[in-house]
Design a protein around this ligand. Structure first.
Ligand code: NAD
Length: 542
């Protein structure tokens, strides 16, 4: 075909409301009912083939841990080797596909997800990760559709990026995929991230071995089936659930490791980086390391802040998805002058929050992901209960008898260096420090240096000069910075996402900057009428 194709201009997938009487509400309820009545078996998928090892684990509902949704098979040594071989084999053909054919697969995946697959992925995310209907919709439907459509657009932009050509030559850039495979390691908390990490490199002709989180294998499996239905050739993305340590050991030990696309905790990414560093002389190329990791995300309020907007930011930013967003607001700084009003409004809102089974749409919060998370978060609450200068203003109750439920908890902390103000909790525990209004500037410095992370942060103020001062003081404290809004809810194409310092390599998921990490450009210079003798004019006789 002789054409220079233009991919369809992306636009953000509209978020459906799930209000009573809407068709999406009825469809999701039906999917929830159907899927919670089934118990499926999840194989490993390598080179398009389903493999059952017999070494299995169970996927349960976090809000009803006695309810098993699936039995999933874990990869062993043989499958790990097979996945690497299959990915490398698939790359030979995939890398030679015309780019518009490759990208068409992902456009089709986006449209299938927007239509027929939408409620399957949403229901899997509600049931397996305990998200409410709305939280699932903005994640497993909209954000993933956006990742797919916008990344296709950015891929085309990369291919269009070409050098100038001087007289007598034609210069070109061939944006090659990396040589080898990409190891995609995904977290439990966003189905969209699980979909994005293997597919973003794959669009550019790479192949991926995807190790889903062992806490989100259930939605991961449906995602893999969606990609297959969209026409992704076998072996381009290989689905390899299993023990993270042994799988990672084998992946990092392969000379064909071309890159790692990771999202998860800081400690795990640092261990991966260290392991790659130790083996650097073994690899065919320098593996690209892209990791988006933890956060200790702040809300800094100025005395001029709109109190209702601030309280809403604290409650939505802190407690949606049980505080299990890397961007969740978890340390709040409020001046004493407005604290009584902020306290009243925030406590009033918290008192209205319902926690429970997310299939009951009246609930604003579900359960935390598993027993380990439950114990860790409960430990922080216990510590807060006994610590001096720390008061639990709301919540504090935990109950894991049916599901891993933790009440939305607000803790007031006198010492701004107390551990709850500095460490990532990853649960519905928000800590808050009241500072003297006159110490606004000093408190900005405290916000900047209290934690090793720099992922998201928000400032609430109506006074413009205060906003200016905060903007400068907190410039390096957050990769995603919000003014008069909660620090969560970044939208693909609108607020490219990622943080620096201990929060990651800040390669901005869902932007052209991320995709640039997955190409290795080759420069081609073609001389049109090449020189035919070696002498230059300056060498001629006077
Ligand atoms: P996690 O670090 O426990 O797990 C992430 C992935 O790493 C999983 O697939 C897991 O199986 C794997 N893993 C675990 N131990 C490993 C090891 N030793 N070697 C190799 N791989 C290993 O994180 P999680 O609990 O799934 O997710 C929560 C964390 O992710 C939080 O810290 C959160 O802030 C972060 N997160 C960050 C972003 C971001 O964009 N910055 C987005 C989502 C989540």
């Amino acid at each position: 075909m002789n054409s220079i194709p233009e991919v369809p201009l992306p636009r953000n997938e509209p978020v459906l409301s799930y209000a009573p009487g809407t068709p999406e509400r009825a469809e999701l309820k039906a999917a929830l009912q159907r899927m919670s009545g089934e118990r499926i078996e999840i194989p490993i998928i390598i080179g398009g083939k389903e493999i059952r090892t017999g070494d299995t684990a169970e996927a349960v509902m976090p809000h009803n841990h006695g309810h098993v949704l699936a039995t999933w098979h874990k990869a062993g040594e043989a499958e790990i080797r097979q996945a690497i071989d299959s990915a490398l084999e698939a790359q030979r053909e995939w890398a030679t596909w015309p780019w518009e054919d490759r990208l068409a697969v992902f456009l089709r995946a986006a449209d299938l997800l927007a239509t027929r697959w939408r409620q399957t992925l949403n229901a899997a995310t509600v049931l397996g990760q305990s998200k409410t209907a709305y939280q699932a919709e903005i994640d497993s439907a909209c954000e993933l559709i956006d990742f797919l459509r916008y990344n296709v657009h950015f891929a085309q932009q990369i291919y269009a990026e070409q050098p100038f050509s001087g007289p007598g030559m034609w210069n070109r850039l061939d944006h090659r995929p990396l040589e080898g495979f990409i190891y995609a390691v995904t977290p439990f908390n966003f189905t969209a991230i699980a979909g994005n990490l293997p597919t973003a490199p794959a669009m550019l002709g790479n192949v991926a071995i995807w190790k889903p989180s062992d806490k989100a294998v259930y939605s991961g499996y449906y995602l893999m089936k969606l990609l297959e239905e969209a026409g992704l050739p076998p072996g381009v993305v290989n689905f390899l659930p299993g023990d993270p340590i042994s799988i990672s050991e084998a992946m990092l030990g392969s000379r064909d490791l071309a890159g790692i696309h990771f999202t998860g905790s800081t400690a795990v990414f640092q261990s991966i980086w260290r392991n790659v560093g130790e083996r650097i002389d073994r690899y065919r190329s320098y593996p690209r390391l892209v990791g988006e990791t933890g956060g200790k995300d702040f809300i800094m309020a100025h005395a001029s802040a709109d109190v209702d907007a601030l309280a809403t930011g604290i409650v939505r930013g802190g407690y949606e998805y049980q505080g299990q967003k890397c961007s969740a607001a978890s340390r709040i700084y409020v001046p004493d002058s407005i604290w009584p009003r902020v306290k009243e409004r925030t406590l009033e809102m918290i008192s209205q929050i319902r926690v429970g089974d997310p299939a009951d749409f009246r609930n604003f919060m579900g359960a935390v992901i598993d027993k380990t998370a439950f114990d860790k978060i409960s430990g922080y609450i216990d510590h807060a209960r006994d610590a001096d200068g720390v008061e639990i203003l709301a919540g504090g109750g935990v109950d894991d008898s049916t599901g891993y439920f933790i009440e939305p908890t607000l803790v007031e902390v006198k010492d701004s260096a107390y551990r709850l103000m500095c460490e990532e909790v990853f649960g519905p525990v928000v800590s808050l420090h009241v500072y003297p209004e006159a110490r606004w500037s000093e408190t900005l410095e405290i916000v900047d240096r209290s934690s090793p992370y720099a992922l998201t942060g928000a400032v609430f103020a109506t006074d413009r000069s205060a906003l200016r001062e905060a903007d400068a003081a907190l410039r390096n404290a957050a990769g995603n910075y919000y003014v008069n809004d909660k620090p969560t809810g970044a939208v693909v194409g609108q607020q490219p996402f990622g943080g620096a310092r201990a929060s990651g390599t800040n390669d901005k998921a869902g932007s052209i900057l991320n995709l640039l990490r997955w190409v290795s450009p080759r420069t081609i210079k073609e001389t049109l009428a090449p020189a035919r003798s070696f002498e230059y004019p300056f060498m001629a006789e006077e």
